[in-house]
Design a protein around this ligand. Structure first.
Ligand SMILES: CC(C)(COP(=O)(O)OP(=O)(O)OC[C@H]1O[C@@H](n2cnc3c(N)ncnc32)[C@H](O)[C@@H]1OP(=O)(O)O)[C@@H](O)C(=O)NCCC(=O)NCCS
Length: 148
């Protein structure tokens, strides 16, 4: 498995991956084309020998970065791909001048919360009813350093 920067030609792959990971809210190919053209931040693809397996997209703002989406195909989960996407991201972000990395995660998403906690993220806020009437978002942050 490798993690690499996505390019414009990967827009259809990213749309298919995102749709498979988040069938309730897929981001269409047009979104990915714009994101890859505008270049608001790194977009990473995890690939196995024959197929894409995971993705991560980030937006940069001043010295802060925010994970917009991260996901791994259901059949490929719990094999280290989510962690590999994050660990590939940190040095890219520090090289781009980011000192803090933020993300939102559902209060009910235990798998993702465990991953983020083990990667050094901590809770800095909560957005009430963000994902629905009974589903808050936890706002998590991780300090980035050149050594990260
Ligand atoms: C969250 C997600 C990206 C994790 O990806 P992954 O490739 O399965 O994660 P990894 O294999 O790298 O796991 C890393 C750590 O996360 C935790 N973890 C991952 N899946 C878990 C699960 N189902 N239950 C408990 N802990 C889990 C473990 O602590 C694991 O560390 P370990 O392997 O040393 O025990 C993946 O589950 C996913 O795509 N979920 C659907 C989309 C989503 O929720 N995205 C995040 C939105 S904020």
């Amino acid at each position: 498995m490798i993690v690499r920067d996505a390019g414009l030609a990967d827009a259809p792959v990213l749309a298919a991956l995102h749709g498979a990971v988040f069938p309730e809210g897929p981001w269409e190919v047009g979104f990915w084309r714009r994101a890859l053209t505008v270049g608001e931040g790194p977009i990473l693809l995890a690939e196995g020998p024959n197929a894409p397996l995971g993705l991560c997209a980030v937006r940069l703002a001043a010295d802060e970065a925010e994970i917009l989406t991260i996901g791994v195909l259901p059949a490929a989960r719990q094999g280290g791909i989510g962690r590999a996407l994050l660990t590939a991201l940190y040095p890219k972000l520090t090289a781009l001048g980011s000192s803090q990395l933020f993300l939102e995660v559902s209060e009910h998403n235990d798998a993702a919360q465990r991953l983020y906690e083990s990667e050094g993220f901590h809770e800095v806020g909560r957005r009430q009813h963000y994902y629905g009437p009974n589903e808050d978002a936890l706002l998590l942050a991780k300090a980035l350093s050149a050594a990260a």
